[in-house]
Design a protein around this ligand. Sequence first.
Ligand code: PMP
Length: 437
Amino acid sequence: NVVPNDLNAFWMPFTANRQFKKTPRMFVAARDMHYTTSDGRQVLDGTAGLWCCNAGHARPKIVEAIARQAAELDYAPAFQMGHPKAFELANRLVDITPDGLDHVLFTNSGSESVETALKLALAFHKIKGEGSRTRLIGRERAYHGVNFGGISVGGIVTNRKMFGTLLAGVDHMPHTHNLAKNAFSKGPPEYGTELADELERIVTLHDASTIAAVIVEPVAGSTGVLIPPPGYLKRLREITKKHGILLIFDEVITGYGRLGTPFGADYFDVVPDIMVTAKGLTNGVVPMGAVMVSAEIHDAFMNGPEHVIEFFHGYTYSGNPIASAAGLATLETYKEEGLLTRGAELAPKFQEALHSLKGLPHVIDIRNIGLVGAIELEPIAGQPTKRAFSAFLKAFEQGLLIRTTGDIIALSPPLIISESQIDEIVTKLAGILKTLE
Ligand code: PMP
């Protein structure tokens, strides 16, 4: 039996973890589209791990690059010293980011990338002599990781409430999902701009000269695949530009091909000032994040050496050799296999398959963009999350990994998925939905 007898020492403070420890479900191996469980079953990966293994699992090029790098140069100090692969990876990233985002800071996770972006935004204004710009604006129902800045600008109240005031001076715009109005992504054309104009309201309330940055996920992922209505992000860009406020896109999920374009910024044709990424950067294999910034921001810091010294930031593992090697091999794999745009080719098939679930018991909404989708279920009265979690357990028993968040089933398969595997996911889900209480 590969499952240890005592699961107590390992602790992840999520509520779901209590249930997990009663009935542990462990993966012991993975390859391409499948995981192997501790009892030897194959499970089709409908979620790319946690939205991160975009090229599938155990891809030989990435495995070999990591092994070779570990043997050749395992670590180089991140401050006074460097090593070539970090520079090479930064250059390859700049090749695929939208024009204007030409400088890269490396971190070790999405959460660290978020903190890096927020600190950059605040320090940038200070350097420019606009130190009054200290306020940050996030959005309801947004997820920006678990660190202090990220939960402050994040829109999940339950993640914040134990920690007092957190970052001072944070406002939250309304989220983009309005099921009751059926307005989200399908609403009237003016809905997107109307919704973005909420930002104008907040700006007027506080005065533009006090606001440093607005942070949004182009598509909110882990809170249920909330796709903004047409015009929404373009209008946010107009408003932020007009008032000298920086726009930050958190592309931890939407980056690296998830929407069928390299980044969400490409999909919506809106270039932010700062782009936050992680997950798919190394195919989820080695922890790494990257924050891309505009030349204006980079130059403001670099042209004044005293500012660089005042702005102390960077991690022991920023651009570490093994992560950089994994990142380079991942980007090569994406390029060779056309994965950064494969989501666009598969999107019509994915959409058709997903929407075939319409009308099945408990399904109240289905939404999709690129290779990410959500099936929203009617919650059981007084027992939110129960119905979707029961779908998760049934799917797992039937050899399918899905992710649930609240009463929403989220799908984000590796971008190497075949059309018949899309059918397999949807056929299994259809069967499961029919048996749910
Ligand atoms: N931002 C977004 C949009 C995310 O989806 C996530 C993780 N799901 C994070 C930040 C945090 O990333 P990490 O868990 O790597 O810290």
